[in-house]
Each structure stands twice: as structure tokens, then as C-alpha cells.
Design a protein. Structure first.
Length: 98
């Protein structure tokens, strides 16, 4: 999972040590190396349905969670999908609620 205002890697203790937390520097280096501008990820609930972390230099991470009112319609979060654009434009988040 990405960490805001962080550098390097850390063990993901909030998820019982499963996986890693990574800083903005790690994201930026990965995207630069592979000629990409954005990393798009999911499977982490965010209240607005989507979240963007600016990693500077035109690079960033989108977290998109499409299940509104999670779990089972009893939650208070919005859902979202990400509309991809041509290479020179940033993606657009389309938010919805149930």
C-alpha cells in the first residue's frame, strides 16, 4: 500500500505484516523506469471511492474502490471508477453513491 509523505519500504503492520508499504520515492522510481506516469490500484477502501497521491514530477498513485456503501450496502463510502484518457491527459475519477 502507498504511504503519503514517506520514503522507502516498510512492513505493512496494519495488514498483519502481509505485503509492504511504499513511499512516494519508490513509486516515482518505478514509474520512471517503466515509462509510466500513474500507478492505478484497488482493493483498499477509501471513503471518497478514490484517492490520488502526488509523487511529484508528474507521477502519482490512484487508489480506486468501486464498492459504494461497503460492506453489504451498510457502509458510508462512495464508489468510483477511473476513466483513462489519452497519454497527455490525467485520468478522471467518476464518483458515485448508492
Amino acid at each position: 500500500d502507498p504511504l503519503v509523505n514517506s520514503i522507502g519500504f516498510e512492513r505493512n503492520e496494519p495488514r498483519g505484516g502481509a505485503g509492504s508499504l511504499f513511499g512516494e520515492d519508490v513509486t516515482r522510481k518505478f514509474l520512471e523506469k517503466h515509462g509510466l506516469r500513474h500507478l492505478v490500484r484497488s482493493h483498499q477502501m477509501v471513503e471518497a471511492g478514490w484517492e490520488y497521491i502526488d509523487c511529484s514530477g508528474g507521477y502519482g498513485v490512484y487508489t480506486v474502490f468501486s464498492a459504494a456503501s461497503y460492506p453489504n450496502g451498510s457502509g458510508y463510502n462512495a464508489g468510483a471508477v477511473l476513466q483513462l484518457r489519452p497519454r497527455d491527459e490525467s485520468p478522471v475519477a467518476l464518483q458515485f453513491e448508492l
